[in-house]
Write a protein that binds this ligand. Structure first.
Ligand SMILES: CC(C)(COP(=O)(O)OP(=O)(O)OC[C@H]1O[C@@H](n2cnc3c(N)ncnc32)[C@H](O)[C@@H]1OP(=O)(O)O)[C@@H](O)C(=O)NCCC(=O)NCCS
Length: 180
């Protein structure tokens, strides 16, 4: 299943995205703004592990590539939870540097947010942003998220303890019915 933006498509990852991942994901300016689960340097093996996991995914998909003109130039995804935590999920995204500043991430985030609220019957979506990442904070604001709280010493980033800014979007039970 694909989600269409004005000049990109959110579509499931494919094994043949390895080359574009190696071209675009291996970027210190991207890794500097993502948690340590995102590898740096980004190797062929990292691409293989990611894509082999993604092609096992079943619908409804939680992870999509951001595809511009047939090439995966970024990723966006949610991590859902089980049991009583299932009403909330985490969202994250990255975009290849040559495509920054065109409004792609803001539109992709808005589309993915609507998709996730509806598909997973969420009441809350949250994003963790490092304090130096003003561009991502702006993207979140533009997509309808609000700043919740600064979590002090919330995680290790490349070995250094850092604060995390928590952003969220909340919808009301009347708009979205939790999974039973
Ligand atoms: C953050 C990221 C996704 C933004 O993607 P993008 O497609 O360039 O974002 P958009 O063009 O939709 O919007 C960027 C907004 O941030 C603003 N911005 C960019 N750099 C900025 C900065 N240093 N300070 C403040 N605002 C900034 C832009 O002006 C724009 O806002 P505007 O439309 O009001 O002018 C991209 O830079 C990226 O992948 N970064 C590395 C990974 C990352 O940070 N992921 C998110 C982790 S929480």
């Amino acid at each position: 299943m694909d989600i269409h933006g004005s000049n990109f498509v959110l579509r499931p990852w494919r094994l043949d995205d390895a080359e574009s991942l190696l071209t675009y994901a291996n970027n210190a300016r991207i890794a500097a703004n993502l948690g340590d689960a995102f590898p740096h340097p980004y190797t062929e093996k990292d691409a293989e592990i990611w894509l082999k996991a993604r092609v096992q995914d079943k619908e409804p998909f939680e992870h999509f590539s951001i595809d511009v003109d047939g090439t995966a130039v970024g990723g966006i995804g949610v991590i859902t939870r089980q049991g009583p935590l299932r009403i909330a999920a985490a969202i994250g995204y990255w975009l290849a540097e040559p495509f920054w500043g065109r409004g792609i991430a803001s539109e992709a985030l808005a589309l993915m947010t609507d998709y996730a609220f509806e598909t997973f019957r969420l009441l809350r979506l949250e994003a963790r942003v490092f304090p130096w990442n003003a561009a991502s904070a702006r993207v979140l604001k533009k997509a309808g998220y609000s700043f919740d709280v600064r979590l002090r010493n919330a995680e290790l980033h490349r070995g250094v303890p850092v604060d995390v800014l928590l952003y969220s979007q909340v919808r009301h039970p009347a708009d979205s019915h939790p999974r039973h």
